[in-house]
Design a protein around this ligand. Sequence first.
Ligand code: SAM
Length: 288
Amino acid sequence: MIPAEEGDGGMAAVKSGTLYVVATPIGNLSDLSARAKEVLTAVSAICAEDTRHTKTLLQAFGIDKPLIALHEHNEGDIAWKLVERLKTGDSLALVSDAGTPLVSDPGYRLVREVRAAGFAVSPVPGACAAIAALSVAGIPSDRFCFEGFLPAKSSARRERLQNLAREARTLVFYESSHRIDESLVDLVAIFGADREAVIARELTKLFETVLGDTLGSLLEKVQADENQRKGEFVIVVRGCEDDTGVALAEGQRLYAKLVEHMKPSQAAKLAAELSGAPRKSLYGGEAS
Ligand code: SAM
């Protein structure tokens, strides 16, 4: 047990003129921390991505607070008004719909403006889907890169993946039920069917599943079972480890360029010669 003074540094629940960035649960309401409850109860007002959603969360904890809508479309316009409130001595909290604000969620501009105006921004840490997934994936977690959501269009998505194909660090992606299938197809096409990955679905919720396998097998499992395409997903992909992976990534990069100027079979032959990747593996880049 940490003595209270050491654990909370003797801090009162909130200080005036401070913006608290508060993490909320990603599914299981019990994951709202005791300190998050204290801070949300004590601040002057709460900035929320979706006020109706946050109202429901607050009601579950008996917290009644003025809510201010702050989303990607108005953040730039209202940040200065919130700074004005801090000047009057108010304390504010920022929450998003789920998890940690600013992580694939609004808040970056507000935090930046508040800090630039000389006011304190203090974190109240808690749930984050990317970190929760990484903590159960069993894929090297000493170095990782968070990539958030991949582009919605397949061509842009493949280009982004192409740029990441040789990344040695573990990669973490967010994905929704609308695109889990097509994103996996593109991951297999660009990273190869043999790359190890984990799909963490509905974490902390009733239908939580954590599937680990090669990308190729994961795609088959997701395509075979409709339930595995429902809910919210984090995809954790092992980084590129060996020369084969590097050659494959380089071969696919070359193939994508060459195929614009020659027949696919010629492009694959030339890309294979230049990169050392097996010719057959490069036809994956041709799909769709
Ligand atoms: N700020 C949030 C965080 O800290 O994780 C993320 C917000 S982002 C708009 C929502 C995405 O996070 C979902 O599409 C999904 O990829 C991921 N996510 C959120 N909750 C999740 C959960 N319970 N299980 C798996 N993924 C989740």
